[in-house]
Design a protein around this ligand. Structure first.
Ligand code: TNX
Length: 530
C-alpha cells in the first residue's frame, strides 16, 4: 500500500481523518441512491465521472453500490453539510440534496486531477481511505461576473459556473446590464437588445490613457430568454442560485440609447464605449418606473432567486439637479433633495419586488438617504475602516438588514495580482492572493444577533479589462479559490501555507478542465507539484 498523503482539497473540509482502505473506481463500479431525494446528485456525479474514466457507471436505486448516496437526519450538518467515508466503498450522506452534492464534489477532488478532463484518460482511479465531516461557515458564497462590459458566450458561462460549483460556491451574481451593453432579452422592449446590446467600438488600453484610442470593432451579444432558462437550470442542478442584476437608476446608458425617453437629456446617446462612471441616468417619470417594473417582471419570470439585485451604485445626480422636470417631480413628491429621490425610487422598487415575494439587494449606496425596509446590502466600498461603505454596512446590520461582504479592498478580482510589470492590464490597485486569503469577513463590535445578518462573502469580476473568458479565468483563479476557502472554513482552520500546497493540485484540475488560471507557484517557489 502506498503511504497516504493528505488529500489536496479546496476548500479544505472542517474535519478530515485518514482511515484504512483503498477505493478503486473501475469499469465495474456502480453508483446507488438509497432514497429518491439522493437520485439527482448521484446522477450528476455519474455524468461528471464518465468522460475522463470512460466507465459506464450505472446509477440505480439501491443501498449497495461502489458509491452510495443517502439522505440522513443529522441536524448538526445544517442545510449544506455532508459526511463522506471512503474505504473499499464510498458513502456520501447528508440531510439535504445540497449536502449530498457537496460530498460528491469533494469526492471528485479526492480522485486524481485528470478526472476533470473531458476526454477519456487511461489511468488508475484510486482514493486512500478517509472520513470527512464537513459544513460551510457562510450561507452566501458568491462570485459575481460582469457580462455587460464584455459579453461572455453562454457555453463559457456554463463552464465557469461548473468550476464555481466544484469549489462549493452557491451563488452566481450575474451583472447583466450596464452603460456599455444590455445582455438580457426583454420581450416587451426589443430595442434593449437590438440596439442596447451592441457598441460601435471599445476603448483600447486603460481608461486613464490619453489620447484615447478605440479598436473600431463592433462588440456585443446577449442571452435569449431560452438561453437564460438553460443557464438557470444548469446552475440549479449544481446548487448555485443565480442572482440577476439589473443596475438602476445609474449604469443605464445602453437602455437609454435604445429608449431615449428613459433619459434626462434631449441629446441622443449611443451605447458607451469607454469605462468609468457615467452621468447619464434614468429620469424618474412614472413611465420610467413602469419600464423598470416591466423589465423586473420578465427578470423574475426567468430567475427563481429570492434575491433580485437592482444595482443602485454610482448614480450621479447631476442630470437630476439640472432638469426642471425632475425638480418639479421632487417638489410634487414633497422630497428635500436628490438623495431622497433615489431613496424613494429604491423603496418603490423594493415594494414592487416584495409584492412579488422577492427581496431587493443592492450595492451599499442604496442605504444613503435611508434604506428600504428589509433591503439587503452588498457592501463594496471597503477601502478602509471607518469609510462611508463601512459605516453603512455596520449600521445596516445593526438595524436588522442582511449584508453580503463584497469589498473592493480584498474581493475585487479586477485588481492586479502581482507587481510584475508583465502582468496583463488591470484596472489598478493590487490585491495579491495572500491578501484575499487573509481577509476576515467580520465587522467588529456587533452582537450575536447583528453578526448573524452577515450572510456571507462574494468576489467581483468587473470586466472592463477582461475581453474574454480566458482573461476572466486568469483574474479569477487562484483568488476565487482563496475566497471559496474563506467562505467555507472557520477562521481558526484557515492556513495559507497548506492552501498554497493544495493549490498545486487544484492547478492540475484546472489544467484538465481547461481553466486559464494564474500560476500561484511564483508566490511560494519552494513548493513542488506532487
Ligand atoms: C465600481 S463596484 C463599480 C463598477 C466598476 C468597478 C470597477 C460597483 C458597485 N460599481 O461599475 O466596474 O468599480 O472596479
Amino acid at each position: 500500500m502506498s503511504t497516504s498523503i493528505a488529500p489536496s482539497l479546496i476548500p479544505q473540509p472542517i474535519e478530515l481523518n485518514p482511515i484504512n482502505g483503498t477505493f478503486e473506481l473501475s469499469a465495474d463500479s456502480t453508483i446507488a441512491f438509497a432514497d429518491e431525494a439522493a437520485r439527482q446528485p448521484a446522477e450528476l456525479l455519474a455524468t461528471q465521472l464518465r468522460p475522463a474514466t470512460g466507465f459506464k457507471l450505472p446509477v440505480k436505486p439501491n443501498t449497495k453500490g461502489s458509491i452510495v448516496f443517502q439522505t440522513q437526519k443529522d441536524p448538526a450538518l445544517g442545510p449544506e453539510g455532508y459526511e463522506l467515508r471512503v474505504t473499499s466503498h464510498i458513502s456520501i450522506e447528508a440531510p439535504s440534496v445540497a449536502g449530498l452534492f457537496y460530498g460528491s464534489q469533494t469526492l471528485r477532488q479526492l480522485l486524481p486531477p485528470e478526472i476533470y478532463a473531458s476526454k477519456k484518460i487511461s489511468k488508475g482511479w484510486t482514493i486512500q481511505g478517509v472520513e470527512i465531516r464537513d459544513l460551510p461557515r457562510f450561507r452566501w458564497r458568491g462570485m459575481h461576473l460582469d457580462v455587460a462590459r464584455h459579453f461572455m458566450p453562454k457555453k463559457e458561462v456554463l463552464h465557469f459556473i461548473d468550476t464555481l460549483a466544484s469549489l462549493k460556491f452557491n451563488t452566481f451574481h450575474w451583472h447583466l446590464t450596464d452603460d456599455q451593453g444590455w445582455r438580457i432579452e426583454i420581450k416587451k422592449y426589443p430595442k434593449l437588445t437590438t440596439i442596447g446590446a451592441w457598441r460601435k467600438e471599445t476603448l483600447v488600453g486603460h481608461n486613464d490613457d490619453r489620447p484615447r484610442r478605440y479598436d473600431g470593432l463592433c462588440h456585443g451579444g446577449f442571452y435569449t430568454q431560452s438561453d437564460l432558462r438553460e443557464v438557470v437550470a444548469y446552475a440549479t442542478e449544481r446548487h448555485i442560485r443565480i442572482v440577476p442584476e439589473i443596475d438602476m437608476p445609474g449604469h443605464m446608458q445602453a437602455a437609454i440609447a435604445a429608449y431615449p425617453e428613459l433619459g434626462c437629456t434631449e441629446h441622443p446617446l449611443e451605447v458607451m464605449k469607454e469605462w468609468g462612471i457615467c452621468k447619464n441616468i434614468l429620469n424618474l417619470e412614472e413611465s420610467t418606473f413602469q419600464f423598470c417594473k416591466d423589465v423586473l417582471t420578465e427578470v423574475m419570470d426567468l430567475f427563481p432567486s429570492e434575491f433580485i439585485h437592482i444595482g443602485g451604485d454610482e448614480a450621479e445626480k447631476e442630470q437630476w439637479e439640472a432638469s426642471e422636470r425632475i425638480q418639479d417631480l421632487r417638489k410634487k413628491r414633497g422630497l428635500n433633495n436628490m438623495q431622497a429621490m433615489q431613496s424613494e425610487f429604491i423603496q418603490r422598487i423594493a415594494d414592487f419586488l416584495k409584492s412579488n415575494n422577492r427581496r431587493l439587494i443592492g450595492w451599499d449606496e442604496i442605504a444613503e438617504g435611508g434604506l428600504a425596509e428589509k433591503a439587503t446590502i452588498m457592501w463594496w466600498r471597503g477601502e478602509s475602516l471607518g469609510n462611508v461603505g463601512f459605516e453603512i454596512a455596520k449600521k445596516s446590520v445593526q438595524n436588522g438588514h442582511d449584508l453580503v461582504i463584497a469589498v473592493n479592498s480584498h474581493l475585487y478580482f479586477d485588481a492586479y495580482q502581482s507587481m510584475d510589470p508583465h502582468e496583463p492590464l488591470a484596472i489598478g490597485e493590487f490585491i495579491p492572493l495572500e491578501s484575499t486569503y487573509s481577509f476576515e469577513p467580520e465587522i467588529e463590535g456587533l452582537n450575536h444577533t447583528e453578526a448573524a445578518h452577515i450572510l456571507g462573502v462574494q468576489g467581483q469580476l468587473w470586466t472592463e479589462y477582461m475581453p474574454d473568458i480566458e482573461k476572466v479565468e486568469y483574474m479569477a483563479f487562484p483568488r476565487a479559490c482563496a475566497l471559496a476557502e474563506l467562505a467555507w472554513l472557520p477562521k481558526k482552520k484557515k492556513n495559507f501555507a497548506t492552501f498554497l500546497r493544495r493549490m498545486q493540485m487544484q492547478e492540475k484540475r484546472f489544467a484538465a478542465t481547461g481553466v486559464n488560471f494564474r500560476k500561484s507557484k511564483s508566490v511560494m517557489p519552494h513548493t513542488t507539484a506532487p
